[in-house]
Design a protein around this ligand. Structure first.
Ligand code: ADP
Ligand code: ADP
Length: 225
């Protein structure tokens, strides 16, 4: 059974205007349960647009998005928000952690928003932070952490609500090459341990080679890499 199925998705910005951009021209992607799929795309190819549509942060002009077997196209805002909160984890190139909160609280808060009891949320947050080696820094604010540590906390936050699907947009693209390799291995370890399905966009072919399958987004369509 598929965890993510995208079929015939199209997206055009500024339709009908002189500055019209036809970004996605019929994209089909499926990610099986437990599968990690890489997505390679030149800058401007529509990778972020595609990930936002897959993560229910944006809607396609046409086509189907199914997550965990549920067709999300015809669903209302409420169902989409519930799926986005509990079913999908998102990681960006920049950590986007809340600056006023500790690493621990950054991982606890999404769980509270998902009605997880506080004690249970704190235990899971600590368990995740320890797994990625940031346990000793749990009480620090993001500004007191290194770039690699910040990104590892962002991974924990994305996984806090035990999503089935992880979407990542250049998850280590902001780090220097050596840190990037290490932090990427930490991410892959977490993904495998939690049995996640993932779609991970990267420019880095070496990192892509660690995934189960690699796709390329080219001229608005998916082609084998
Ligand atoms: P990528 O992540 O591959 O760099 P994006 O999905 O961010 O690509 O953008 C794809 C194309 O769509 C780019 O040409 C970009 O300028 C354009 N684009 C993205 N978002 C918008 C928007 N909100 N309005 C108009 N054009 C957009
Ligand atoms: P990197 O080169 O890996 O990005 P840094 O040189 O930024 O790492 O930091 C090295 C160590 O010092 C890290 O463990 C980081 O958490 C810690 N650190 C960095 N800045 C601060 C700070 N302002 N307060 C406390 N610890 C910090």
């Amino acid at each position: 059974r598929e965890m993510l199925s995208i079929q015939g998705v199209t997206k055009t910005y500024n339709a009908g205007k002189p500055n019209q951009v036809e970004v996605l021209r019929g994209v089909d992607i499926s990610v099986a349960r437990g599968e990690v799929v890489g997505l390679i795309a030149p800058s401007g190819a529509g990778k972020s647009t595609l990930l936002h549509i897959a993560g229910l942060l944006d809607v396609p002009d046409a086509g189907k998005v199914e997550i965990a077997g549920q067709d999300m196209a015809g669903r209302g805002d409420r169902a989409r928000t519930a799926m986005r909160r509990a079913g999908v984890g998102f990681i960006y190139q920049f950590h986007h952690l809340l600056p006023e909160f500790s690493a621990l609280d950054n991982v606890v808060l999404p769980q509270l928003a998902n009605a997880v009891p506080e004690r249970e949320a704190a235990e899971r947050a600590m368990m995740l932070l320890e797994k990625v080696g940031v346990g000793p820094r749990a009480s620090h604010r993001p500004s007191a952490l290194s770039g690699g540590e910040q990104q590892r906390v962002a991974f924990c936050r994305a996984l806090a609500n035990k999503p089935g699907l992880l979407l990542a947009d250049e998850p280590t693209g902001n780090l220097d090459p050596d840190t990037s390799d290490l932090v990427f291995d930490v991410l892959m370890g977490l993904v495998r341990e939690e049995g996640l399905s993932a779609l991970i966009a990267t420019h880095n072919l070496e990192l892509a080679a660690k995934m189960d399958r690699v796709l390329r987004l080219d001229a608005g369509r998916i082609v084998p890499a």
